[in-house]
Design a protein around this ligand. Structure first.
Ligand code: PSU
Ligand code: MN
Length: 308
């Protein structure tokens, strides 16, 4: 744990961390820039309920009023969901947002950063950022991948959206020494789809084993986390070819409008949202809840390992 004066942890979460109880970090970019208002408010509460139902404590992170918030009140969740003047904060933006008092939604990279500072090592999200299609020209590679290489947090996700170049994303993770573990699957999932055409490094049969692998990595003093890839439940899976069409459309629009840099991911997400008229949103909610459940089980198992 790296305590600093910018961390503002709710008493419940602080107590849980201090006594080794399971805590699961949750990000806010998925709320502010990944889902429509007010549906995201319902999701924000629901995902916290799922974590609690598994016996863990939810810790949604954000940057508000010059503080790195770990655990948000209902009012703060509302602010993040309304997303008026709420920026998207990756690692490079953190100090600026803190110093100037801006409100920022945390990406996978910053949620990992803040979680590790607070002493939380399990995090549930929807999909990670990665190497964008065309990155050999644009060099657009999410800071999420560097964070996975450096920060000790296990990130439970439904893989990555295929708006990214999933093959290059996996190559990058290999180079950076980040294990990609499939939770009861051999396939690296593509968010809405259970298969991406690429495999995972290891198929892990249980949340307990995932916890043991993470604990072992950290017992060795190795920096960095892992991608724990948890496929969307079958009943909510969308058709791969249909999604590919939607993604191609969104990519073409981004190109047409000259969208670049940090605007790229939110732009593509909002286009996908438009093009799929809510069907994809329902799947997005379900896969994120499913990840919260798995992450909570991992946090519970990790907490038990540490008490032995
Ligand atoms: N992918 C999604 N949904 C999301 C994101 C990615 O399917 O909400 C968000 C996450 O917060 C992720 C961030 O960390 O976008 C990556 O942005 P960038 O590519 O600019 O690093
Ligand atoms: Mn980028």
């Amino acid at each position: 744990m790296i305590m600093n004066k910018y961390l503002s942890i709710t008493p419940e979460i602080a107590e849980a961390i201090a006594s080794g109880k399971p805590v699961v970090a949750l990000e806010s970019t998925i709320l502010s820039h990944g889902m429509p208002y007010p549906e995201n408010v319902e999701f924000a509460h629901k995902v916290e309920e799922v974590v609690r139902a598994e016996g863990a404590i939810p810790a949604t992170t954000a940057i508000i009023g010059g503080k790195l918030k770990v655990g948000l009140t209902a009012e703060e969740l509302e602010i993040m969901c309304k997303a008026e003047n709420v920026g998207k904060v990756s690692r490079r933006d953190v100090a600026v947002y803190l110093a100037t008092g801006r409100t920022g939604a945390t990406t996978v990279a910053t949620t990992m950063m803040i979680a590790a500072m607070a002493g939380i090592h399990v995090f549930a999200t929807g999909g990670i950022g990665g190497v964008h299609r065309g990155a050999t020209e644009t060099m657009d590679i999410s800071a999420d991948l560097q964070e996975l290489a450096n920060t000790q947090v296990a990130v439970v996700c439904a893989g990555a959206k295929s708006l990214l170049d999933i093959g290059l994303t996996l190559e990058y993770l290999e180079t950076m020494g980040v294990p990609v573990l499939g939770l009861r699957t051999n396939d690296f999932p593509a968010f809405y789809c259970r298969k991406s055409g690429f495999g995972v490094d290891y198929n892990v049969e249980s949340e307990e084993m995932a916890a043991k692998i993470m604990q072992t990595k950290w017992d060795l003093g190795m920096k960095g986390g892992a991608v724990i890839a948890n496929p969307i439940p079958v009943e909510y899976e969308l058709d791969f070819d249909e999604m590919e069409g939607v993604i191609q459309n969104a990519l073409a629009m981004a190109k047409e409008q000259g969208i670049r840099g940090k605007a790229t991911t939110p732009f593509l997400l909002s286009q996908i949202k438009e093009l799929t008229k809510g069907v994809a949103f329902a799947s997005n909610v379900q896969l994120a809840l499913n990840n919260a459940k798995a992450a909570s089980k991992i946090a519970v198992a990790m907490s038990k390992l540490n008490q032995q």
